[in-house]
Design a protein around this ligand. Sequence first.
Ligand SMILES: [Zn+2]
Length: 232
Amino acid sequence: MDEFSADKLGGLKRGELNFFDLHVHSKYSFDSLTSLDSIVGKAGKIGLHGFALTDHDSFAGAEKAAKLAEDACLVFIPGMEIETECGDLIALFLNEPVAARSFASAVDEVKAQGGVAVVAHPFKRIGKESDFKASMLPLPKGVGVEAANGRISLEKNELAIKTASRFNFFFTAGSDAHFSSEMGSAFLASKAGDAEELRKAIVNKQCAPVWVGRRYNPLSRGIRLAKRITRI
Ligand SMILES: [Zn+2]
């Protein structure tokens, strides 16, 4: 994580940084049961300045989450995690749901809304930068990568950070929490105080990805299966 360590961000000190978990799932995802109340509660408890709700192909929780976050004095970033033929795409700073499911069209929709799109956990299923190059590059203009994901090993996150650095991609970071207990396992550190400042900080790379550690809850797989069977 050296390249983007907070020490090297123009002399910023720890106390001047805010922490944002930009990849959180709720019960509106097919594989999570987490309530929006518990997400907001946990965000406050662990000292996050804000978080993004990124449910799988769903924007259903955004409005309620925005209200809860506002009441808790948290910055809220409405988002989605969209399953495309090129893997998962994280869309942030959305005003409305993204309807497209092809990578290129989804990116266009996000950009048309003034949002930010990043390739989620780019090395989750592949182990080498050459595989990423073969399958993903060139990324469309205005697309970045998720440089730290709480459910991915440190080695794979380091590969994502190196790739972002090498190709000059902007980047985000988030826990990929499917349980509120997983929140904060990865986050983005930035001086930004509100959503618009954070959006600008991301595209201008004035932020740092932080990976704390993998906190994958073993119940996760069971919930995914149960939801598929019972359609709750
Ligand atoms: Zn996710």
